[in-house]
Design a protein around this ligand. Structure first.
Ligand SMILES: [Zn+2]
Length: 333
């Protein structure tokens, strides 16, 4: 996909794989660097299926330690090693993650050849705080409202460089050797006496965009300030409104609540996912969310969402119309 910033859904099922849906995992791509968001069972298969390259993976962000968000880690991490991946990899997540991953590696006598660092989020910190940054992107974390310690992440592009007005500089006969100085906004006096003011050949900086990842969580206004104005929000919607009580019991959200979060936070686009395994069809999720927040999309596996969303939205895959729940309630959702 020729977008500098996009997210690809690898899994969107809550608790267990169901109806062809894998458990939670997403790939976020920014300027060709990749980030894995949660690592549910099967994440490595999906990562390969959608042809992402190991060598571009820089970090993994784990929201919480429920199995449907982490059971893919042992396979993912060891396959990387078996594939002769040698670049450093960092995993960010809640307390207990380091212990868990190290035990899995030691108990299975696996060997990780690449430098692997696990950084646990300190719950006593004041939020939001930046857990990761590179040249163009910073990632901050903030607490969500789940049954166990759980964090959301905001992936925010750093301010971009102003556009260099190449044609204007060429038109004015500025020698090329000055271009790099002009790109940095320098004020100059050329040899022929021509004076150039600071930023004279700089246009507007392109806007920066952001992606907020909120799963798993009971809907609450506690985390909305952290995602205010995000370009695209992924928010869990484990249930339809019919199962609001179950959502409250299990500290999850309904599609309408996800939509309310999107509306209140003033985001541009909402992606809903983490669908309960009781639902074969997802049309009710979409309808309920769109009744509150029109620009909602379903987290269908393999779908890629550009950030910002394009002016013309891609067609939503055909969603069959059928009654929703035809399965017994799983043990946890
Ligand atoms: Zn959970």
């Amino acid at each position: 996909m020729n977008f500098p910033f996009f997210v690809c859904i690898l899994g969107s099922s809550s608790a267990m794989p169901a109806f062809g849906r894998n458990t939670s995992a997403q790939v976020l791509s920014h300027n060709s660097r990749l980030f894995l968001l949660d690592c549910g069972e099967g994440a490595q298969l999906q990562f390969r299926k959608y042809q992402f390259r190991n060598s571009r993976l820089d970090a993994i962000f784990i929201s919480h330690l429920h199995g449907d968000h982490i059971w893919g880690l042992p396979g993912f991490l060891t396959t990387l090693s078996l594939s002769n991946h040698l670049e450093p990899l960092v995993i960010y997540g809640p307390k207990g993650l380091k212990n868990l991953v190290e035990h899995m590696i030691v108990a299975s006598q696996s060997f990780i050849k690449y430098p692997l660092e696990i950084i646990e989020i300190e719950p006593s910190n004041s939020f939001p705080y930046i857990v990761y940054e590179n040249k163009g992107l910073q990632v901050s974390c903030f607490p969500l409202q789940h049954r166990i310690e759980c964090y959301g992440f905001l992936f925010q592009e750093k301010p971009k460089r102003a556009r260099f007005m190449y044609y204007e500089a060429k038109r004015d006969g500025i020698p090329k050797e000055y271009y790099s100085l002009l790109k940095n906004g320098a004020a100059l006096v050329l040899q022929n006496g021509l004076e150039i003011a600071a930023n004279q050949y700089l246009g507007e900086a392109p806007p920066s965009f952001s992606y907020a990842y909120c799963t798993d969580t009971r809907y609450s206004d506690s985390y909305l300030p952290y995602i205010q104005g995000a370009t695209v929000l992924y928010h869990e919607a484990t249930f339809t409104q019919e199962f609001l009580v179950r959502a409250e019991e299990t500290a999850h959200s309904t599609a309408q609540e996800a939509a309310l979060a999107a509306k209140t936070a003033g985001v541009e686009q909402l992606i809903i996912g983490h669908f309960s395994a009781r639902y074969r069809y997802l049309d009710t999720f979409l309808a309920e969310s769109q009744s509150i927040f029109a620009n909602t999309e379903l987290a269908i596996e393999g779908r890629m969402f550009p950030i910002p969303p394009p002016a013309i939205l891609p067609l939503t895959e055909g969603l069959e119309d059928a009654s929703n729940h035809d399965r017994t309630t799983p043990d946890f959702e």
